[in-house]
Design a protein around this ligand. Structure first.
Ligand code: HEC
Ligand code: HEC
Length: 220
C-alpha cells in the first residue's frame, strides 16, 4: 500500500518536474536497449550500442540521422511502403509515441567516428562515384546526388537524408530496393526516378564515394 502510494507520488512528481524531452529520451533509450513486448526487438542488437550499424550485415547507421527522417522510415516500415522483412515486424510493434521517442534518441546520438571510413574501393571507383555524386549523369537524366542530399551528402532537413558516412552496401541495397519497387516511400518518386536510371556499377561507385565521406558531426 505504502509502496504503491510512494510510487504514484514519485511518478506524479516526475511528470511535474521533468521536461517532456527527458522522459521521451528515457523511453527511446529503453526501447533501443531492451525493445518492448510487442515485437520490437532491442535496436542495439543490430544497429549497435553506438548506433553505427553493421556494414557486412546490411544494418544502417542510425546515429546522427535526422530524427524526423528516422520516424518517417519507421512509419513507412509499419505501413509496408517500405517493404523489408526484418524491419516491418519490428516497426509494427512500436506505438506512435515509441517511434517518436526512439527516433529522437538516435537523432540526438552523435555519429560515431568510424562513420566514413568504411570503404576499400579503388581510386578509380571513388573518382567515378564522386563525378556521379557531384555532377550527376545528365545524358540519362540523373541529377547530382548532392543537389538533393546536400553538399557532400550531409543531408538537408528531414526530407533528404544524410548519406555521407553510411555503409556502402546499405546504400546500394536501397538503390536496388527502389529499382525493384520494394521501397516506394519517397515523396513524388524523387529517389525512384534516380535509382531506375542507374546501373549496378554506377550505384556501387556512388555508394563507395559516400561511404568514404565523414558523417556530419563524426570527425569535426
Ligand atoms: C534484427 C536486426 C534489426 C533490429 C533488431 C532492428 N533493426 Fe532497424 N534495420 C535492420 C535492417 C536490416 C535495416 C535495413 C533495411 C533495408 O535494407 O531497407 C534496418 C533499417 C532501419 C531504419 C532505416 C534507416 C534509414 O536510414 O533509412 C531505421 C529507422 C531502423 N532500422 C530503426 C530501428 C529501430 C528503432 C529498432 C529498434 C526498435 C531497430 N531498427 C531494430 C535491422 C534491424
Ligand atoms: C531529386 C532528389 C534526389 C536525388 C537527385 C537523389 N536522391 Fe537519394 N533520396 C531522395 C529522397 C527524397 C530520399 C528519402 C526518401 C524517403 O523519404 O524515404 C532519398 C534517399 C536516399 C537513400 C536512402 C537513405 C537511407 O538512409 O535509407 C539513398 C541511399 C540515396 N537516396 C542515395 C542517392 C544517391 C546515391 C543519389 C545520386 C545517384 C541520390 N540519392 C540522388 C532524393 C534524391
Amino acid at each position: 500500500m505504502a509502496k504503491s502510494y510512494a510510487g504514484k507520488a514519485l511518478t506524479g512528481l516526475g511528470l511535474l518536474t521533468l521536461p517532456w524531452g527527458v522522459l521521451a529520451s528515457d523511453l527511446g533509450e529503453t526501447l533501443a536497449q531492451q525493445g518492448n513486448d510487442q515485437g520490437a526487438q532491442a535496436c542495439v542488437s543490430c544497429h549497435g550500442a553506438d548506433g553505427s550499424g553493421n556494414a557486412a550485415a546490411g544494418f544502417p547507421r542510425l546515429a546522427g540521422l535526422d530524427a524526423a527522417y528516422l520516424a518517417k522510415q519507421l512509419e513507412d516500415f509499419q505501413s509496408d511502403a517500405r517493404n523489408q522483412p526484418v524491419m516491418n515486424p519490428i516497426a509494427q510493434g512500436l506505438s506512435a509515441e515509441e517511434i517518436e521517442a526512439v527516433a529522437g534518441y538516435y537523432g540526438d546520438m552523435p555519429a560515431p567516428e568510424s562513420a566514413g571510413q568504411g570503404t576499400d574501393a579503388s581510386e578509380d571507383v571513388l573518382a567515378r562515384g564522386e563525378a556521379i555524386a557531384e555532377r550527376g549523369m545528365w545524358d540519362k537524366g540523373v541529377p547530382a546526388c548532392t543537389s538533393c542530399h546536400g553538399p557532400d551528402g550531409r543531408g538537408v532537413g528531414e526530407a533528404f537524408p544524410t548519406i555521407a558516412g553510411q555503409h556502402a552496401g546499405y546504400i546500394t541495397s536501397q538503390i536496388e530496393a527502389w529499382q525493384s519497387g520494394q521501397r516506394s516511400n519517397d515523396p513524388n518518386r524523387l529517389m525512384a526516378e534516380v535509382a531506375e536510371r542507374m546501373t549496378d556499377e554506377e550505384a556501387e561507385a556512388a555508394a563507395a564515394y559516400f561511404a568514404s565521406l565523414p558523417a556530419p558531426g563524426s570527425q569535426e
